[in-house]
Ligand binder design. Structure first.
Ligand code: 3AM
Length: 184
């Protein structure tokens, strides 16, 4: 099927992305191989849905709109550096320290909406993360990476939930916001 590759997430303001980019640069000497994400692509994923046709995309938009209606804007704070290990390679990310209660409620509400609308989502716990890069070989603990990254306790507001298309623009992986849904 040739459709659009869709996920739902939270966009970050320029200031937040710049702060994250500085920390990503600090991590360059800590990792081997792998590749860093472009700062334009920094975001918080809520649910990845994969390829779909326009009809399914409309259903995704309805689920996202219904979820956004239930929540007021809320504040998050950047947290420690973490990593997911896949076949000896690491995805390195920035976590969230404060505000995860609200974020988790948004995640679960959206999950219920998507399941009710017939999307094959597996109920799973949420690990909020902003991906710095993938496929790294790293020989440091997460704590040591946090220290090296020097990420400040930066706070930012979540004002929208966004439906994104993941695509290639001029051969670059690009996350295009298709529709933003404002929180109350
Ligand atoms: O950068 P994060 O982890 O927030 O990892 C992909 C990225 O999330 C994830 O969707 C976001 C936008 O691409 N993603 C991509 N393919 C995936 C898949 N097959 C996936 N998540 C789960 N399963």
């Amino acid at each position: 099927m040739k459709g659009v590759r869709i996920f739902i997430g939270i966009e970050l303001e320029d200031e937040t992305r710049q702060i994250l980019q500085t920390s990503a640069k600090n991590l360059e000497t800590c990792v081997e191989k792998g590749r860093f994400a472009r700062a334009e692509n920094y975001h918080l994923t809520l649910h990845f849905l994969g390829e779909m046709d326009e009809k399914a995309l409309e259903r995704v938009k309805t689920c996202t709109a219904n979820t956004a209606k239930c929540f007021e804007c809320f504040e998050l704070e950047l947290g420690k550096i973490g990593a997911f290990t896949k076949k000896n390679r690491k995805i390195i990310w920035a976590g969230i320290s404060n505000g995860t209660y609200h974020l988790d409620r948004v995640y679960k509400t959206l999950e219920e909406q998507l399941i009710e609308a017939g999307f094959p989502i597996e109920r799973s716990p949420y690990t909020p993360h902003i991906t710095f890069g993938r496929q790294f070989i790293v020989d440091m603990s997460d704590d040591a990476l946090s220290q090296a990254a020097g990420l400040p306790a930066h706070k930012f507001y979540v004002r929208n939930i966004t439906v994104f298309e993941s695509t290639r623009v001029n051969d670059l992986l690009t996350y295009v916001p298709l529709q933003r849904y404002e929180l109350k």
